[in-house]
Design a protein around this ligand. Structure first.
Ligand code: AMP
Length: 560
């Protein structure tokens, strides 16, 4: 029993679970580290290497090394080609997940069966589905996907929302801004902790912004300095091994400059050599626009939270490895007057995921317990249980798993409210604008959502209805179809004649805490449901899935 929590990161990944005392514990991998680089080396057609080894080999064999795959999640067209085979983003990610799972077993842990996997808050439906797919390829039962900032807030807030907090008091309420700058992604989130609830009030983020962009800027500077010192040598950025080497050196220098004011980078390439001095101030100046972009997005996030009644923020949590750069804390203090707290920037997401997994597991057990005893109807949510029944069930579950009752109660009581990261709607004919997007679910709306909207058929005896489900692109929900992304297309075919124009077609959108969308539609009078299928190319075909699953299972993991 037990659910593992996995931070499937752009640059690094980690896996955690709840220990016997109810505390989230990050598993140490075979390399002796709590995180592994999210890098896969396809060593041959039959085997692969994940983690630090793959990252180091990147220099010698760049064509066969896949890094930053998370940026490709949800891109159905993208493939990594190696040794005559292609790999989708979920398939590459599955190898990282399998490697984490293998490390757990190597360390004597229980095999990974169920897992919660985290995703950036702004991941849309396709990216979330791709993440679930990765988990399925790895052989996990994916208990849920959880937004990274919520996971970070959960691991931070769990200790604060315990029995010691008097929920009746106003000071039990706390608003937290989570600034999460990882290797390849940036997220700003405003979260409220109150009344044993963790609520996400606003999210902002950039898929393509992270520490790797800092590395690139520094690498560019290093190459310029190298070329100036060695006019006859080839630019290291002109070949892939050279640029890999330069980016690794840049990343190393960046880390050093989080501690020291200056460092030196030795570059050897094409038979030439240069020693480039580098100061923290220089790096800060060449990456100022990147930093500014995170500040701007943070400001947008605060503005969105303000619209939901957040007048001020009590705390600033700094998450993600890149938050270690001194410029982050300094600029945020200057801009927002908040002192950032750097807590466990690499591991808090995995810990929060483990906490959430445990919560889901406890709820599942209590639900099953109450149903078997006839205290709750099949299919009813836990909140409908009578308080006395719930308390008894909590005690039973706690006893059977040797957990403190208070802990199990707290797990069940804490509510996690999250918001929709993008709007979802349908394309419908609009008398004024022609074909336009009608938004049923709005960005920053609280999850779970269940929205129903009725549309009318266009003409009499209409024998077919087409439904196009779209997702918002960009910050604002535009009505123009070209500004939207088509997610799913569906049809009701063969509607018998006899129904007038404007016959009711009822569309229902449902989205659970995982942010994955479920759509149903219904021609009410004809009592005909709609069959929905993902847009061609938007997801993998069944044959692709079977082939990739086989591929993921067959490739052997090298461990050295
Ligand atoms: P994460 O995705 O949260 O694991 O963050 C990884 C990113 O954090 C990478 O871009 C690292 O280069 C960066 N990082 C880790 N440690 C440091 C440090 N001490 N100073 C600056 N950046 C760091």
């Amino acid at each position: 029993m037990g659910v593992y929590g996995i931070d499937l990161g752009t640059t690094n990944s980690a896996i955690a679970r709840i220990d016997a005392d109810g505390r989230p514990e990050v598993m140490i991998g075979m390399n002796g580290e709590p995180t592994i680089p999210s890098v896969v080396l396809f060593a041959s057609a039959f085997d692969h290497l994940v983690g630090e080894g793959a990252r180091r080999q990147a220099r010698l064999d760049p064509e066969h090394v896949c890094a930053l795959v998370k940026r490709r999640m949800g891109d159905a067209e993208w493939r990594f080609a190696a040794h005559g085979t292609t790999w989708s983003a979920p398939a590459v990610s599955a190898l990282i997940l399998k490697s984490l799972a293998a490390d757990v077993e190597f360390g004597g842990g229980e095999p990974v069966g169920r897992a919660v996997i985290t995703v950036p808050a702004y991941f849309g439906d396709e990216e979330r589905r791709a993440t679930i797919q990765a988990g399925t390829y790895a052989g996990f039962d994916v208990a849920g996907v959880l937004s990274e900032p919520i996971a970070a807030a959960l691991s931070y807030g769990f200790g604060r929302l315990d029995g010691s907090v008097d929920v009746g008091k106003s000071d039990a309420r706390e608003t937290v801004l989570v600034y999460d700058l990882g290797g390849g992604t940036f997220d700003a989130t405003v979260i409220e902790l109150a009344d044993r609830r963790i609520s996400v009030l606003a999210v902002e983020g950039d898929h393509q912004l992270g520490g790797a962009d800092w590395d690139e800027r520094i690498a560019l500077y290093l190459s310029q300095q190298f070329c100036a010192a060695n006019p006859d040598a080839e630019d290291p950025l002109d070949d892939s091994a050279g640029s890999q080497m330069l980016v690794l050196a840049a990343e190393q220098a960046k880390r050093e400059l989080s501690e020291a004011e200056r460092t030196e980078v030795v570059i050897a390439h094409d038979g030439a050599r240069a020693v480039v001095p580098l100061t923290r101030a220089e790096v800060e100046s060449m990456t100022a626009s990147l930093m500014r972009r995170t500040v701007d997005l943070t400001r947008d996030c605060l503005a969105a939270a303000a619209k939901r009644g957040v007048a001020s923020v009590d705390r600033l949590l700094l998450v993600g490895g890149s938050s270690r750069m001194p410029m982050v804390e300094r600029e945020l203090r200057k801009e927002f007057g908040l002192d950032g707290e750097l807590r466990d920037p690499d591991l808090s997401v995995a810990r929060g995921a483990a906490l959430y997994g445990e919560k889901l597991e406890m709820e599942r057990l209590i639900l099953a317990d109450l149903m078997t005893r006839g205290r709750l109807r099949d299919g009813s949510p836990l909140r409908e249980a009578a308080p006395a029944d719930l308390e008894q069930s909590v005690a039973r579950v706690a006893a059977s798993f040797g957990q403190p009752v208070g802990l199990v109660r707290r797990m069940v009581e804490i509510q996690v409210d999250t918001v929709v990261s993008r709007g979802f709607g349908v394309l419908a004919l609009n008398s004024q604008y022609g074909l336009a997007a009608a938004w049923l679910v709005h960005r920053n709306q609280t999850l779970p959502v269940r929205v129903r909207r009725s549309f009318g058929t266009v003409r009499e005896d209409q024998d077919q209805i087409e439904l196009t489900v779209v997702e918002q692109q960009g910050q604002a929900a535009s009505m123009r179809p070209e500004d939207t992304k088509v997610l799913i297309e569906g049809r009701i075919r063969g509607i018998p004649p006899g129904y007038p124009a404007d016959s009711e077609v009822r569309v229902t959108f449902e989205m659970g805490f995982d942010g994955v969308l479920h759509v149903t539609a219904h021609h009410v009078d004809a009592d005909m449901p709609l069959t929905l299928s993902a847009q061609t190319g938007a997801t993998l075909s069944q044959a692709d899935v079977a082939r990739e699953l086989d591929q993921v299972q067959r490739t052997r993991r090298r461990t050295g």
